[in-house]
Design a protein around this ligand. Structure first.
Ligand code: ADE
Length: 253
């Protein structure tokens, strides 16, 4: 069998597992919570790999300085382009897009997560202080990504969030492939509510239909619940969902 025939979408089969290369001033932050649970098991089993480099190791002056005051004035410090560039150079041959985590970036959503999971890996640049000198971002054609409209104290937490979302989609990491297909956002809807035993708890009864054993009725009830919660909580998603339903992308089940 040739590489092409095994690669799925016509690309060349990647030579190793899905790989994350992280550039950070806080290498101890990794794998952090990604060392637990299914992501951690996947890491141990070699289903994905993680390499972390300390940006400070690329500082060249005797104080090992990685930052300097913003030109033009203003608060805080800016990460130096020469130091960040040397760190990026160390991972140029590593697989996947180079992503800089920043609140100025494209908002992360499940579609982008799926795209990253389908690729060979990611190279992640975590900023600290006020951010990174713009010139190195331009020179290296960095993809800027935000995990939400709020400001974290650095890119590390954002990188962990992004990696968690991606790694759980990698083949073999999540035991039950169906749970990925049914959860929030897979059809542009938030997920229906979940219940388990006991069926009666503190006077609260589980919805009768879930005890009926009638799979088709359960499926329809869940779909209706997912639509209702999406309509009420996320008018933005609801509008998009209605549009794609009208264009025939989603069947109305
Ligand atoms: N760094 C600081 N805040 C961030 C955010 N919201 N998303 C990504 N990276 C960040």
């Amino acid at each position: 069998m040739t590489a092409e025939t095994t690669a799925g979408q016509g690309g060349v089969e990647p030579s190793g597992p899905w790989t994350a290369n992280v550039l950070t001033l806080f290498p101890e932050a990794f794998p952090g919570p990604l060392g637990f649970s299914l992501a951690g098991k996947g890491l141990e089993r070699g289903l994905w790999s993680l390499e972390v480099l300390d940006i400070r190791d690329f500082a060249r002056d005797k104080h090992r300085s990685v930052d300097d005051a913003p030109l033009g004035g203003g608060p805080g410090m800016v990460m130096r382009p020469d130091v960040v560039d040397a760190a990026i150079e160390a991972i140029v041959d590593r697989p996947g897009p180079l992503v800089y985590l920043t609140p100025r970036g494209r908002l992360l959503d499940q579609a982008l997560v799926r795209e990253f999971a389908a690729g060979p890996g990611l190279r992640l640049l975590c900023g600290r202080y006020e951010g990174v000198d713009q010139r190195v971002l331009d020179a290296r054609e960095v993809l800027e990504v935000s995990v939400g409209d709020f400001v974290l104290s650095g890119g590390e937490m954002a990188a962990l969030v992004l990696l968690d979302a991606v790694v759980r989609l990698l083949p073999g990491v999540m035991g039950n492939a169906e749970s990925a297909a049914e959860e929030s956002f897979e059809e542009g809807l938030l997920e229906h509510p979940l219940f388990t035993r006991p069926a009666l708890w503190q006077g609260r009864q589980v919805p009768e239909v879930l005890l009926s054993g009638h799979h088709e009725k359960v499926r329809r009830w869940r779909r209706a619940q997912a639509e209702e919660v999406t309509r009420l909580r996320r008018p933005d998603l609801w509008r998009r969902y209605l549009e794609s339903r009208e264009s025939g992308e989603i069947d109305e089940g």
